[in-house]
Design a protein around this ligand. Structure first.
Ligand code: SF4
Length: 406
């Protein structure tokens, strides 16, 4: 049978879709990336109302077209299960049934579609209860993947030619929370593989960035100093309403410690705008910390009420028009900071792992995760090349233009 997999949501879902691709192949199916397929597997996300709506629209279209549809991922795990009632023509593949559905499949992935770098999922679930977040309800508590399995998967990917591994999880820093191990124990073991040139963390919550973790990372030459640390808000009042366990001063303090240890560290973040009760001065506090940290990229999300979370029933939801204005305000601030940071990189040398060609450029990321493109024939896919950055991203191209250092 020809199967096409549609993926919504985060890096963990992308990893799981790759596992599903290999699982279908293990039972003799063929994976299609085109329009001719017999079965569509839709790997869904419900972190925002929009992500959920997009998945629903796709499922409805596929059913209208007469395709066989299976739905997996986060939506079928929602407590109310209303999605399942609406789509009785689709088959539901619940997460806890996935392994038994593919009895011949291995527990690990052996490649990662379309990338020179591969994601490795090291944990699932989250023990926190941030007021806005539905993830713990659909992903459950922290489950740490066995070290042996992670190291085996990493070794396989590296010998298949992947030069960069990105460790990923629902709440990555919770790795080992229930088994007594930790990232600080796992990372040096991963780094023992001499063929692995780069190790990256996908996203890590501030409380998990401990002095021990930072000193461990500083001793790993393959560690790439890009730090995606979800901020959500720069206002202590809103952070506390959100149930986040840090304040703005602590956030800044950790960032400055990282900057001391990793002078080339680049910071990116997630920011939630228009949380219930948020005022103009809370938004100003958010802009203030964006400027102080110097985030190169901010993923901005408008607050999206999710049934079953505490924030859903909180008072003082922000009207749509004000939410839009605030999004525009924070976006303008983040863009301004990005431009300022980008200019600092002009003339600087960095190593880039080239990954794919786009619009006549070979593109890839620096060790600190700047997207860079070059037209030089020396910059070939899969190669790590030392380059000099010549000009910043613009409205025409999303990457720094660079040339190899000779
Ligand atoms: S840390 Fe908070 S925002 Fe992140 S997955 Fe857990 S509950 Fe959700």
């Amino acid at each position: 049978m020809k199967v096409r997999i549609f993926t919504f949501g985060c890096k963990v879902n992308q990893y799981e879709s790759q596992w599903l691709r290999e699982a279908f192949v293990s039972r003799g199916d063929e994976i299609s990336e085109e329009d001719d397929f017999d079965l569509a597997l839709v790997n869904t996300c419900c972190v925002t109302a929009k992500a959920e709506k997009d998945a629903r629209i796709l499922v409805r279209r596929l059913l209208r077209e007469g395709k066989m549809v299976q739905i997996t991922g986060c939506i079928p795990e929602k407590p109310e299960g209303f999605f399942l009632r609406d789509y009785s023509d689709a088959e539901i593949l619940r997460r806890h049934k996935v392994y038994s559905h593919f009895p011949k499949a291995d527990r690990k992935i052996s490649s990662f579609a379309g990338h020179t770098r591969a994601f490795v999922k090291i944990e699932d679930g989250c023990n926190n209860r941030c007021a806005y977040c539905i993830v713990p309800l659909v992903r459950g508590p922290v489950r740490t993947r066995r070290e042996k399995e992670i190291l085996g998967e990493a070794a396989g990917l590296v010998s298949a030619g992947y030069r960069e591994l990105v460790l990923t999880g629902v709440n990555l820093g919770s790795y080992g929370a229930e088994t007594g191990t930790s990232l600080s124990r796992l990372l040096p073991k991963l780094a023992e593989n001499p063929l692995l040139k780069r190790i990256r963390l996908s996203s890590i919550e501030l409380p998990h960035i401990t002095p021990l973790l930072l000193s461990t990372l500083a001793q790993i030459p393959a560690f790439c100093p890009s730090f995606h640390i979800p901020l959500q808000s720069g206002s202590d009042r809103i952070l506390s309403l959100m149930g986040r366990s840090y304040g703005a001063a602590e956030f800044l303090d950790t960032v400055f410690r990282i900057k001391d240890l990793f002078p080339s560290a680049l910071f990116t973040t997630d920011v939630m705008v228009a949380f219930p009760g948020e005022s103009d001065s809370d938004i100003e506090a958010t802009c203030d910390i964006i400027r102080k940290v110097g985030f190169f990229r901010c993923h901005l999300f408008p607050f999206s009420p999710r049934e079953g979370t505490r924030a859903y029933t909180m008072p003082d939801h922000i009207p749509a028009l004000r939410r839009k204005e605030r999004m525009a305000r924070v976006r303008a601030c983040a863009e301004e900071v990005k431009r300022r940071i980008a200019l600092k990189y002009i003339g600087k040398e960095h190593e880039v792992l080239f990954e794919q060609s786009r619009n006549g450029f070979q593109t890839g990321f620096t060790e600190n995760y700047l997207l860079t493109g070059s037209t030089s024939p020396l910059c070939r896919e899969g190669e790590i090349v030392r380059v000099r950055l010549l000009s910043p991203p613009s409205s025409e191209q999303a990457w720094f233009i660079a040339e190899p250092c000779v």
